[in-house]
Design a protein around this ligand. Structure first.
Ligand SMILES: *[C@@H]1O[C@H](CO)[C@@H](O)[C@H](O)[C@H]1NC(C)=O
Ligand SMILES: *[C@@H]1O[C@H](CO)[C@@H](O)[C@H](O)[C@H]1NC(C)=O
Ligand SMILES: *[C@@H]1O[C@H](CO)[C@@H](O)[C@H](O)[C@H]1NC(C)=O
Ligand SMILES: *[C@@H]1O[C@H](CO)[C@@H](O)[C@H](O)[C@H]1NC(C)=O
Ligand SMILES: *[C@@H]1O[C@H](CO)[C@@H](O)[C@H](O)[C@H]1NC(C)=O
Ligand SMILES: *[C@@H]1O[C@H](CO)[C@@H](O)[C@H](O)[C@H]1NC(C)=O
Ligand SMILES: *[C@@H]1O[C@H](CO)[C@@H](O)[C@H](O)[C@H]1NC(C)=O
Length: 480
């Protein structure tokens, strides 16, 4: 049963009035009834994908979990994601469409936050103007420490290797929930968050495919700046000043934004926070081993196929890898689905030495961040036990940057024992202080600084991972 049909409202009435109107209380239903999707992987799909019935079952369960967490169905069924007629020819940064008030009852947001969604013109890696969707998460009371409501441009992490459905703006929890965006809104920032070119909106007004630049940091940086510009057009109450921040794929986006700012300055930019960043994708794959390789290779293959006419999937994927890529594209799987899809995946999905492939290397050269000059200040956060973005790769990018550009305003913070997304929890008070300091005009430290943090108690006793999820309560008792 979906939330919209659920007895939550009645449940709340029951809490208030149970002594008086117990007869109005409906029978309680188990919480998992909110998983309102019933997709399955057919036997022939499984056979074509080369997976057994157990894996097909697991993928279908993950897919249904994922789809039931869409706020209002597929992006294909929401008018919001259709491109308006004024889009072709609009300059990057143009506001194309505004949904002033999204119905928050479809989302699992913290109390006293609100949501707008908008579409704006952005620019892909190769300079093509494309429409992109985005959301704004509103605080109840914006901070009053700037020339308007302080703007935080958020760059999300990998939401899946390139399906329309992987757009955070149509997920109930907007995908990063309390790790970053909910906290930011609760702390009084207006969070402006692009879905990225090619996610959500996958075709332009003429029906041409919009390529999603997977792990394409400079492309995400374009999305950040142009989303801020469009949001400031939509709301004159917004500050001209803004901080950019991202994690993982979005950490690369934020770092690329700092690099872009030096080449193409945008007024109001105050600095960047880059959490667990993707810097050099192929080094990460080569150093971190095979576990993430198939997912990364499939995501990159989808992008390369859109960017380079000469590229063939078989250049970097084996027939088994292509079979899984085909299934993933058929079912439009995103983060949850991908986790299960690759859970049992071996190294046989990618061509040996695929990271040496010409197209993969060309794309890498276009997208790598680090070792380049940037507009400071930048704060970089990295856990030493990050299973997705290996700490030595981030440290190497920091070191190369600081050796070549010792006058960079770069603060590098490491957190002993801490994993990928959890680093945003471990460092939360530091990045919140850092953002607040930028908005009040405090000068960040000069030069490159590294600080290695460790936990105040023995780390083995800490909660290391996110072992819960945000879901609708179907009855009042669940909110206790
Ligand atoms: C939001 O959607 C729900 C369910 O469709 C509806 O009952 C409610 O009135 C809507 N809220 C607003 C503010 O439109
Ligand atoms: C969901 O989408 C349908 C159809 O597009 C629309 O009528 C409805 O109002 C939407 N509901 C919410 C809660 O946004
Ligand atoms: C950029 O890539 C798109 C395909 O994504 C292609 O249609 C377009 O011609 C390319 N533009 C340039 C300037 O290379
Ligand atoms: C917000 O800040 C401005 C400028 O510092 C000040 O004039 C105004 O009174 C403040 N508003 C509130 C509600 O604190
Ligand atoms: C199904 O395939 C997965 C992934 O290859 C494997 O881990 C699992 O053991 C297989 N299960 C059965 C029942 O063969
Ligand atoms: C990528 O960049 C490196 C270093 O500049 C260069 O040696 C290499 O030829 C480039 N590869 C491609 C495919 O562009
Ligand atoms: C931080 O830790 C790294 C790796 O252990 C070490 O190389 C570096 O010197 C440390 N830096 C500081 C400032 O403690």
């Amino acid at each position: 049963m979906s939330f919209l049909k659920s007895p939550l409202w009645l449940g709340l009435i029951c809490i208030v009035n149970w002594r008086h109107v117990p007869a109005q209380c409906q029978l309680l239903t188990p919480q998992t009834d909110t998983f309102a999707s019933s997709a399955s992987i057919s036997a022939s799909q499984a056979a074509q994908a080369g997976i057994n019935a157990s894996l097909a079952n697991n993928i279908a369960i993950a897919l249904n979990f994922e789809r039931s967490n869409f706020a209002n169905g597929s992006v294909a069924s929401e008018d919001f994601y259709t491109v308006p007629k004024n889009a072709p020819g609009a300059a990057p940064g143009t506001l194309l469409k505004l949904q002033l008030d999204a119905n928050t009852s479809a989302y699992t947001l913290p109390p006293n936050t609100a949501l707008s969604r908008f579409m704006f013109q952005s620019e892909t890696l190769n300079g093509t103007a494309v429409p992109v969707s985005a959301y704004i998460l509103w605080p109840y009371l914006p901070r009053n420490q700037s020339d308007g409501y302080p703007v935080l441009a958020w760059s999300h992490g990998n939401s899946g290797p390139g399906s329309a459905e992987c757009a955070p703006s149509h997920y109930r929890n907007l995908l990063y929930q309390f790790a970053t965006i909910f906290e930011l809104a609760l702390q009084g920032y207006v969070v402006v968050a692009p879905d990225y070119a090619g996610l959500g909106v996958t075709k332009d007004a003429s029906g041409n495919r919009i390529v999603y630049d997977y792990l394409g940091s400079p492309s995400h940086a374009n999305d950040l700046f142009y989303a801020v510009e469009a949001a400031q057009t939509a709301f004159s109450s917004f500050s001209k000043q803004f901080v950019v921040m991202g994690h993982s794929e979005g950490g690369g986006g934020a770092w690329a934004a700092a690099q872009r700012q030096l080449q193409k300055p945008v007024a109001g930019y105050l600095g960047a926070i880059s959490g667990s960043p993707i810097t050099n994708t192929l080094n990460l794959v080569d150093l971190a081993g095979v576990s993430a390789a198939p997912q990364v290779a499939i995501g990159i293959a989808n992008t390369l196929a859109g960017l380079y006419p000469g590229f063939k999937y078989s250049d970097i994927l084996t027939p088994a890898g292509i079979a899984l890529q085909t299934l993933l594209s058929e079912i439009q799987g995103c983060g949850s689905t991908v986790l299960e899809l690759f859970a049992g995946a071996g190294p046989g999905l990618v061509q040996p030495a695929w990271t040496q492939n010409f197209y993969a290397q060309s794309y890498q050269n276009l997208t790598v961040v680090g070792g380049k000059p940037f507009a400071g200040p930048m704060l970089i956060l990295q856990g030493t036990a990050d299973a997705a973005v290996a700490e030595p790769v981030t440290s190497a990018a920091v070191q190369e940057t600081c050796q070549k550009y010792p006058d960079s305003q770069l603060e590098y913070l490491t957190f002993a024992g801490v994993d990928h997304v959890p680093v945003m929890f471990a460092s939360q008070r530091l990045w919140l202080d850092w953002i607040a300091a930028r908005f009040v005009g405090e000068e960040a430290p000069k030069g490159c600084q590294t600080t290695n943090y460790s936990s105040v108690r023995a780390y083995e006793y800490y909660q290391k991972e996110q072992i819960w999820f945000v879901e609708f309560a179907t009855a009042g008792y669940e909110t206790a």
